[in-house]
Each structure stands twice: as structure tokens, then as C-alpha cells.
Ligand binder design. Structure first.
Ligand SMILES: Cc1ncc(COP(=O)(O)O)c(C=O)c1O
Length: 345
């Protein structure tokens, strides 16, 4: 999706963007929405940028920040645009293929808009995500097979049955991903238009990192920031197709056979937007890493680094159940409390 940036430069400035009741109103010039008053919103975005002094000192970084996208799902940014766009085109039935977060978000926005929502879940999804989808009233169909198989059904549902596709996957819907890039806008605006040196994103399908590189480039084209950050993509070692392509200097993404990770939200063995993600990393002179890697970033200790955090243990409680073993059970006596505390020290 492209805009007339020369025209935009004449009608907006740093002060006029970022104000409004909801995300679409705040950034309407950069989004494919005709009438921002008709936006379907659940007050998405506007998440805090938090300086992490303690974590920064452990890592030797003086200017480490977290963009906290866990407070409302970062998927909401894409979905508010996707569903508003669908209604603008006259659709009243929407569909997605997702293992959880995007589907939970689409279900919530569909409930708000009063439209039918069908969720195709490839394989398995965590119960906390399924619960959200069901509580918002969407229909779930669990598809035996991979994400690719579910995405093929999505195409059939759109072409033959009129269900509008809003997976947060750029090749299947290039409009909704425009909402994602507002993370980049907020990061720059929140630090008085000082762009970070590095921005770190988790990479699953590749859309979030691709979209935000686009967002930073747009601000640069408009002269709102005077340089571009380097973009760092992080994947799980058990499912790292973009990292592999980056390391092996490939021009293609190769699917990972037998992909496995507890980070189920980024378990995408053949990411549809993987090539665009790879391009964002390369163009920005960034790097791609997987989490067990010992590669050390050539980040200077004074560099301004922003880490975009998208997941929480609460979205997938099964993954953190081993922590329950840490809970001590004690008798209701002062002596038992003291004894247990003594052992902890
Ligand atoms: C919690 C979480 N983090 C990161 C990602 C990865 O985003 P993307 O698929 O845009 O690369 C997802 C995507 O599903 C997600 O749900």
C-alpha cells in the first residue's frame, strides 16, 4: 500500500499526527480507511515505551526500552484496520486462519462490529486463546494440517463463499498490516522524534517486522526522523526460517521441517511474509537471531535500543506451568514462615 508522500508532507506535520480517540483517527493519513469516524475500535495502540534500567544494566545497555505491546494485543492494530476496511467494502462476514492471538483479536472486533467471524485453527491452539475466541462468540473450525492448509481454505471461503479474509498475513490481505506499522510511529513520537539505533522484533509470519520497517521509512520520507534504525528480527531456534535465510545469505525462505518451540505464537515454519521480513532486516543493516544463539550484537553501550514485546505467559499458561513447582506450601504458623524464609536466603 502506497501513499502520496509529497502531498502528505504538505498537509501534516509532527504535531498533527498521533492525536485522536483511536488508532485510525490518530494515523488516518497513513491508513487505507476512507472515513475514520466509521472505525471499529477497542482503544488499541498507544502502548507505553518503558525505560528498563535494571535489565539494561544486566545487558550493559544504558538506553534500553521496551515497547509494551502486551497490554493490548499488537494484533489489534492490524485488526482495527482490517475490519474497518472490510465494512467499508460492504462485507459482513470475516474469516481468519490463526493459532490464536490474531484470531482472539478478530473475534473481539467482530463482536464490536456485529459481524460474523469464522476462525480456522491449524493444528492446536492454547486454551487461553481458544477461550477468548469462544467468549467473543466466533465460530472455530480446527483444521487438520498446517497453516498453509488453513490458508488455502481461507482462499476458498473468500472466493466462493464471500467471507472477507483478515489473517494478519500480508500476501492474503495487504491492507490490515498497515495498522501494524503504527508501532514505529509511536516509538518515534514517544521519544520526541528521536529514532532508535536498533529495534528488536519477534518474527513469526514476518508481517510485524516488515510493516514497521515500512513505518520508519515513511517517517523518514516525510522528514519526521533524520535517520533509520536497524531492525533486528528474533526467532525461536526450533523454528527459524528467516534467521536461516539471513545466515546462509539465501534469496528464498526454506520451510523448516519438524519445527518446534514453546513460543507457539511465532511457530510459523514457512512464513508467508518471510521474504519481506528478510528484506527489511537486510535493507536496514540489521540482523536476524535465534534465541539460543550466542551471537553478540555489535551494539554500543550508549545505543538507543527498543525491544518490542508482544507475548505474555498469560496468553499461554501451559508454557509456564513448570513455574508452579516453585510455590512453597507451609503450615499456618509463624515458625513455618520463618523457617521457609530462612531456607530461601
Ligand atoms: C505474541 C506474538 N508475537 C509475535 C508474533 C509474530 O508476528 P508476525 O507474525 O507478524 O511476525 C505473533 C504472531 O502471530 C504473536 O502472536
Amino acid at each position: 500500500v502506497d501513499y502520496d508522500y509529497e502531498k502528505l508532507a504538505n498537509i501534516i506535520n509532527k504535531e498533527s499526527i498521533g492525536r485522536g480517540r483511536h488508532l485510525i483517527e490518530r494515523y488516518k493519513w497513513f491508513l487505507p480507511v476512507e472515513d475514520s469516524d466509521k472505525a471499529i475500535s477497542l482503544e488499541e495502540g498507544d502502548t507505553p515505551l518503558i525505560k528498563c534500567r535494571r535489565l539494561g544494566s544486566v545487558l550493559g545497555l544504558e538506553n534500553l526500552y521496551i515497547k509494551d505491546e502486551t497490554r493490548n494485543s499488537f494484533k489489534d492494530r492490524a485488526i482495527t484496520v482490517g475490519i474497518t476496511f472490510a465494512l467499508q467494502r460492504g462485507y459482513r462476514k470475516v474469516i481468519t486462519a490463526s493459532t490464536g492471538n490474531a484470531a482472539a483479536s478478530l473475534s473481539a472486533y467482530s463482536a464490536k462490529a456485529g459481524v460474523d467471524c469464522l476462525v480456522l485453527i491449524p493444528g492446536e491452539a492454547s486454551i487461553s486463546k481458544l477461550a477468548q475466541i469462544l467468549l467473543y462468540g466466533a465460530t472455530i473450525m480446527q483444521v487438520r494440517g498446517t497453516v498453509d492448509a488453513a490458508l488455502n481454505l481461507l482462499r476458498v471461503a473468500f472466493e466462493e463463499l464471500g467471507w472477507y479474509p483478515i489473517p494478519t498475513s500480508t500476501p492474503f490481505n495487504p491492507y490490515q498490516v498497515e495498522g501494524n506499522k503504527t508501532i514505529a510511529y509511536e516509538i518515534c513520537q514517544q521519544n520526541n522524534w528521536l529514532p532508535p539505533d536498533y529495534v528488536i522484533f519477534p518474527v513469526g509470519g514476518g508481517d510485524c517486522i516488515f510493516a514497521n520497517w515500512k513505518g520508519f521509512q515513511e517517517l523518514y520520507k516525510l522528514g519526521f526522523i533524520d535517520r533509520l534504525p536497524s531492525i533486528i528480527g528474533v526467532q525461536a531456534a526450533g523454528c527459524n526460517p528467516v534467521v536461516k535465510a539471513y545466515r546462509e545469505e539465501l534469496e528464498d525462505i526454506k520451510p523448516i521441517k519438524f519445527a518446534k518451540t514453546i513460543a507457539s505464537s511465532i511457530l510459523v515454519s514457512y512464513p508467508p511474509t518471510g521474504l519481506l521480513a528478510l528484506r527489511a532486516i537486510r535493507q536496514s543493516m540489521g540482523i536476524a537471531l535465534d534465541v539460543t544463539d550466542e551471537e553478540i550484537l555489535s551494539v554500543d553501550k550508549n545505543d538507543y535500543v527498543v525491544c518490542v514485546i508482544t507475548g505474555t505467559g498469560l496468553k499461554q499458561t501451559e508454557a509456564i506451568s513448570s513455574l508452579l513447582e516453585k510455590i512453597k506450601i507451609i503450615e499456618p504458623t509463624a515458625e513455618a514462615l520463618k523457617k521457609a524464609l530462612y531456607r530461601l536466603q
